[in-house]
Write a protein that binds this ligand. Structure first.
Ligand code: TZP
Ligand code: MG
Length: 215
């Protein structure tokens, strides 16, 4: 699927899923209608990420959901993922593109117009822009209060690649992100910590869709 059609993008984080496994969360999120999932397990071994990745590949392929791997090109190739997401301190987008080829989806994190323009110039297929709102799921300066939907609007004006807002987004706060120009929203907690991850996904998808219809 083209990242411009992703409405809800789940980013995994096992440490927030309570007594549920990442696979249980992803299964529920697939049932609820996610369009993409990013394997982002920072606290496990390469072997367990690989094993989880193979399971995710099977489930996402069956459901027509895109599978993206955080940072690791080797892991993405090993599990035949659809692409890789890199941050500002990882390999540059152009290097990832050279390694993965023209058909891979390459995403990049950006929180400023300058980062966004550079990632686009290097061939990024989409941008993850945030943290939009305050979040405790990522420990970086700007996640305290967030860059806000206004920055999404500035970045959306500056680039033509699709943008996915990330950081502190819930079904109640998704609308301004989409109105500002994001194609969709990426979340960890809203789905991963929900008592009913499937229902949480449905609510997010509905919020994004309704906002797009209005806009
Ligand atoms: N990048 C910017 S904010 C963030 C990442 C990975 C964390 C998003 O998690 P949550 O729980 O949806 O705020
Ligand atoms: Mg990274």
């Amino acid at each position: 699927m083209n990242p411009s059609n992703w409405r809800v993008y789940l980013v995994t984080q096992a440490s927030l899923s309570g007594d549920r496994s990442t696979l249980e969360i992803v299964d529920a999120a697939i049932d609820g209608g996610i369009d993409a999932v990013q394997l982002r397990e920072k606290e496990t071994t390469a072997r367990s990420r690989y094993e989880l990745g193979l399971e995710l590949r099977e489930r996402t392929a069956a459901a027509g959901v895109d599978l993206i791997v955080n940072d690791r090109i080797d892991l993405a190739r090993a599990i035949d993922a659809d692409g890789v997401h890199v941050g500002q301190s990882d390999l540059p987008v152009s290097a990832v593109r050279d390694l993965l080829g023209p058909d891979a989806i390459v995403g990049c994190s950006a929180s400023t117009v300058a980062d966004a323009r550079e990632a686009e110039a290097h061939g990024a297929d989409y941008l993850g822009v945030g943290a939009v709102y305050g979040t405790s799921s990522k420990d970086v300066d700007e996640t305290k209060d967030g860059i806000g939907p206004d920055r999404i609007a500035e970045i959306a004006d500056a680039v033509s690649v699709p943008i996915h807002g990330i950081g502190g987004i819930t079904a109640d706060t998704a609308a301004p992100v989409v109105t500002a120009g994001a194609a969709g929203v990426a979340v960890i907690s809203e789905i991963t910590t929900a008592s009913d991850p499937r229902a949480a996904t449905e609510s997010l998808a509905a919020a994004v869709e309704t906002t797009k219809e209005v806009g």
